[in-house]
Design a protein around this ligand. Structure first.
Ligand code: AMP
Length: 464
């Protein structure tokens, strides 16, 4: 769960990359960083927290040059500590390199162990660093060649941006788990996880970086290379369901459009005898609108969100996650009292949020509460870059739908079917990763430490 942005050959590179990160804040709120390149030297600003808090005007003034890359981070592998904040920057015999990564490498632990055996000293606990070590040990005259060679060894999900002294390189894994888009901004080449960053910069979306493609932007020119590894596409459809911003285009589809369709399909699959449809903001908004339009029921904004609280789930600590729901949402009695309510959310993960919201809605007098979920039951964790708890913590991994209904306290509960969900996106159904709903993992995960976030069980600064 990260956002990445890069720009090449723009006189305001760092400022534009900063704005790009601002638009990608929803993809990671733990830390953020920017690196710019000027006359062969790298300039780095990184910190913990929100983009707006990390980059002051002064900090941005310390980032000269026409090339820059940036990152917003939410850790799926490696601890939430400053040394893991990206971009990672290293000095190699090919010159300085900076790397940002969205995704999760499933064989990073294995590669790291082998590299350490051979004498490599790692500076972070992040899986991303493995790529830099592989490159540094196998230098080439052309940095792109060293990257292509290194990528032959890694498995899993990666959308990457690499900055060198003379170019900016974008790469996407052959499965295409995570999005990465190519754009054009005032004659400069730019890359972003999502198109909402291009909208902010008034940049044009050119196309997706293709699956397995490596695009080298150097002095305004673009060269495209392909990895030799062939793989069936496995785009993460959870980007459409929850993660991406609704005003973005991801994998060729408008996210809001996909969510509207998901809501409409859910209304057809699981109608409810009710008076109003209430979205759980913000993630349930578009699915609720789709549900309301299809069912003919009025949409009421019966739950109000405090926008100054981050996404409940995105805070890594259990305590915050738990009371975050109360901090975040408040029901409007006048809209809900005496009414039969269809509550719509995008997903249930642990099942800690939904019971609190159902109770909240009942406490202000709802006559009935029917919970509708815009994706199928989540039964397995993601190992390709979406933060998720272990299978044991996922409520649907060991509970039937009716048991979950009882636990959340709803009068009825229904999830969107897998087929229904896959009909709402334009790609062929086999081209999406559905592992979290089906348990069918497109890339072998046997090398992954199942305890999420502790792939490298090194003590964090906090624990030490
Ligand atoms: P839970 O209480 O664990 O069932 O959380 C469900 C809520 O978390 C839903 O409202 C989702 O919008 C949101 N959510 C789902 N998946 C994630 C995720 N990977 N990271 C953060 N939030 C999520």
């Amino acid at each position: 769960m990260c956002g990445i942005f890069g720009i090449e050959r723009h006189e305001d590179a760092a400022n534009y990359a900063y704005l790009g990160l601002y638009a990608l804040q929803h993809r990671g709120q733990e830390s953020a960083g920017l690196v710019s390149e000027h006359q062969g030297r790298f300039h780095v600003e990184r910190g913990m927290g929100y983009v707006a808090d990390i980059f002051s005007k002064r900090a941005l003034a310390r980032l000269p040059g026409i090339r820059a890359i940036g990152h917003t981070r939410y850790s799926t592998t490696g601890s939430s500590i400053q040394s893991n904040a990206q971009p990672l920057v290293v000095n190699t015999s090919m010159g300085p390199l900076a790397l940002v990564h969205n995704g999760n490498l499933v064989n990073a632990a294995e590669l790291r162990a082998a590299l350490e055996q051979d004498g490599s000293i790692f500076q972070t606990t992040s899986d991303t660093e493995v790529i830099l070590h592989l490159m540094a040990r196998n230098p080439r005259a052309d940095v792109a060649e060293a990257l292509i060679e290194a990528l032959q060894h890694v498995r899993g999900a990666y959308s990457l941006l690499l900055l060198s002294r003379d170019c900016l390189i974008a790469a996407r894994d052959p499965y295409g788990f995570r999005p990465l888009l190519l754009g054009s901004c005032e004659g400069a080449i730019c890359f972003s996880s999502e198109s909402c960053a291009f909208d902010l910069l008034e940049a044009q979306l050119v196309r997706d970086v293709e699956l397995g493609e490596i695009l080298v932007a150097r002095d305004g020119d673009l060269e495209s290379y392909r990895q030799s590894v062939e793989a069936p596409p496995a785009r993460c459809i959870f980007e459409q369901v929850y993660f991406a911003r609704p005003d973005s285009r991801v994998f060729g589809d408008g996210v809001s459009d996909s969510r509207l369709k998901m809501g409409a399909t859910l209304a057809r699959e699981a109608p409810a005898a009710a008076d109003i449809v209430v979205p759980i903001p913000d993630s349930g908004l578009f699915a609720a609108l789709g549900y309301a339009r299809e069912s003919g029921l009025p949409l009421e904004f019966g739950l109000i969100r405090n926008h100054y609280v981050g996404r409940t789930f995105i805070e890594p600590k259990q305590s915050i996650r738990h009371f975050g729901v109360k901090v975040k949402l408040n029901p409007i009695r006048e809209l809900i009292e005496g009414r039969r309510v269809v509550l719509v959310d995008d997903s249930i993960v642990r099942g800690t949020t939904s019971p609190k919201i159902v109770k909240m809605v009942r406490d202000v007098g709802a006559a009935e509460v029917h919970l509708r979920i815009g994706c199928p039951p989540t039964i397995r964790p993601c190992h390709y870059g979406i933060d998720m708890p272990t299978a044991e913590e996922l409520i649907a991994s060991d509970h039937e739908i009716d048991e979950i209904r009882e636990l959340v306290g709803a009068d009825s509960l229904a999830y969107l079917s897998l087929d229904g969900m896959l009909e709402c996106v334009s790609g062929p159904r086999q081209s999406y990763c559905t592992a979290c709903w089906t348990g069918s993992y497109p890339v072998d995960i046997s090398g992954v430490d199942r305890r999420q976030g502790v792939l490298f069980p090194i003590r964090t600064e906090e624990e030490a």
